[in-house]
Design a protein around this ligand. Structure first.
Ligand code: CP
Length: 322
């Protein structure tokens, strides 16, 4: 499989066929049908992170190792970036040593600057760059989540009703997951409703892309400000908190406190969902914030399967771009 882009930064850069190919490869890797254990022999990858991570960092380190390569964690705060060496010089030098970069670098107070940095590094490094979450997208997470839906719901997962909802969190988080889900679901022709409190609208560029893509793919795309109503007939309830990008940080904090009780996924949402509906979240999650503990630890939850699938999908992504 080869992709038209050698960087994996936004799912907007790919076609539905390419996303389908990555999912199929991940299934084959996971089942053992495809052996890629020597795919990265002799390759040295850098994991450049300036933001905390458990799943992404560990799953990439393990995945590179399982493919015969070497992954080195590079803490951005230990580099000469802290002494004002330019990002372009840093990237150009890294490109002379490394065969690829996996990057998580953004600042929640400066929407879009993380993406600019990622594109600039890709331009100057001259080696493939994989987005490990920035302030706009989390493509690896969402591809792993779709792999999980496909596994749990079967090949007609696209016809099922996915409710992707905002949930309360004390922390203002990147909208990377909902943005990437908007793009992937619309390209693949899934049936999705995005639910969020008034004021927490997603980036207009992503919404416009998805509205256009869904016309071609045959999926459906709805928006709702009522989680209880949206949950009726759901096959998946996926909760994720994000910062309201069109509100100031102070306004976001004030509103999220006001609405927190209405935006915590609980048993009452699964009472109106379809039997066997899945509960999904990318983790980390705090019990009692985005969802109640009984939902997080209950029969609907597939959270640890989602986390495991990060490993399989990222191996497929690395096999495709490296
Ligand atoms: N879901 C996710 O990206 O987890 P980490 O922040 O722990 O990497």
């Amino acid at each position: 499989m080869s992709l038209k882009n050698s960087d994996f930064i936004s799912l907007m850069d790919f076609s539905s066929e390419e996303l389908e190919d990555i999912l199929a490869l991940a299934e084959d890797i996971k089942s053992g049908k495809k052996n890629i254990s020597d795919r990265l022999v002799g390759k040295y990858l850098g994991l450049l992170f300036s933001v905390a991570s458990t799943r992404t960092r560990i799953s990439f380190q393990v995945g590179v190792n399982q493919m015969g390569g070497h992954a080195e964690h590079l803490n951005a705060n230990d580099l000469q970036l802290v002494n004002h060496e330019s990002l372009s010089d840093t990237a150009a030098v890294m490109g002379r040593y490394l065969d690829g970069l996996i990057i998580r670098m953004y600042d929640m107070t400066q929407y879009g600057k993380g993406r600019e940095a990622l594109r600039l590094i890709a331009e100057h490094a001259g080696v493939p760059v994989i987005n490990a979450l920035d302030d706009k997208d989390h493509p690896c997470q969402v591809m792993g989540d779709i792999l999980t839906m496909k596994e749990k719901l079967g090949d007609d997962y696209k016809k099922k009703r996915l409710v992707f909802t905002w949930g309360y969190s004390w922390r203002q988080k990147s909208p990377g997951v909902p943005h990437s889900m908007l793009i992937a679901s619309s390209l693949l022709g899934m049936n999705v409703v995005f639910a969020y409190p008034k004021g927490f609208d997603l980036d207009e560029e992503y919404v416009a892309f998805a509205k256009n893509a869904v016309q071609k793919s045959g999926g459906t795309l709805e928006f709702s400000n009522d989680l209880q109503e949206a949950s009726e007939g759901a096959d998946v309830i996926y909760v994720k908190s994000w910062k309201a990008q069109y509100l100031s940080g102070e306004e976001d904090t004030r509103i999220r406190q006001q609405v927190r009780n209405d935006w915590c996924v609980s048993g009452r949402h699964f009472e109106v969902a379809n039997p066997g509906a899945l509960f999904m979240n990318c983790l980390p999650i705090i019990r009692g914030e985005q969802a109640t503990a009984d939902v997080i630890d209950g029969e609907h939850s597939v959270l640890y399967d989602e986390a495991e699938n990060r490993l399989h999908i990222q191996k497929a992504i690395m096999a495709a771009v490296l």
